[in-house]
Design a protein around this ligand. Structure first.
Ligand code: SF4
Length: 80
């Protein structure tokens, strides 16, 4: 299994640096209000540019989901 980025939305301040630096366009900017979308995680080549350049340290590039991702899913409010 390959690596892919994970965005910690508790840290992300929507600078969209990841959208700019990713060489293979893994991220999409949907709008100024939305968090960057990890639109093509399977395209990630593991260069770690997003992780290294994120001004909020909100990105982790990993093979497995960090614990806070699982935590978010558990506690995420249900959509209406
Ligand atoms: S590690 Fe590199 S290829 Fe993967 S999402 Fe981040 S910038 Fe893109």
């Amino acid at each position: 299994m390959g690596v892919r980025p994970y965005i910690d939305v508790k840290k992300c301040k929507k600078h969209f640096t990841c959208v700019s630096v990713c060489p293979v366009t893994v991220f999409d900017k949907v709008s100024d209000k939305d968090y960057p979308k990890i639109a093509r995680p399977a395209d990630c080549i593991g260069c770690h540019a997003c992780e290294a350049n994120c001004p909020e340290n909100a990105i982790i590039v990993s093979e497995t989901a960090p614990s806070w991702v699982k935590e978010e899913k558990k506690t995420a409010p249900k959509k209406k």
